[in-house]
Design a protein around this ligand. Sequence first.
Ligand SMILES: [Zn+2]
Length: 167
Amino acid sequence: MNCPHCNKTIVTPSGYRESKILIIRDEPYKTEYSDYKRPRFQPHSTPKSILRDEMFRLGVDFNRVRFANLWKHIPNKKEECFQEMKKSLFSETRGKKAILLAGADVVKFFTGYNVSEISGLQVESNKLSASIIFASVDSTTAMSRGMGEIRFSIENFVKKLIEEDVL
Ligand SMILES: [Zn+2]
């Protein structure tokens, strides 16, 4: 599928549609595009697989989670593109009880804060009705800076999900 405004390839939200839990990253990772060709002998982790493995370690089945990006395609400067993505993202957030904002842009957009100031913490957003919202660095940081930051955020997020019986 392509963007009606700029014709870039679009990545739509994935995972369990009825989930009460939504994870939002900034933009699609290369492996999420339908035309991505995985190198034959180079298995590697992706931002999604890092989230999946960490949540699995804490007993959360990733198949029960909904997954979206703030941008549906590579970010650009077109206002029409962003407006449309915002609209479709807001419809994804509707009815969700718990949302993990995982990335600098998505944290800034929903909370106004820099992710480096609030990663790992429960936050508030007047743009979201979910009762549990956590901010986190993007899981790509695990690839460059190690697992610590993302692991801390996910542990806090999942702890809250268990506490509030959202799972
Ligand atoms: Zn576009």
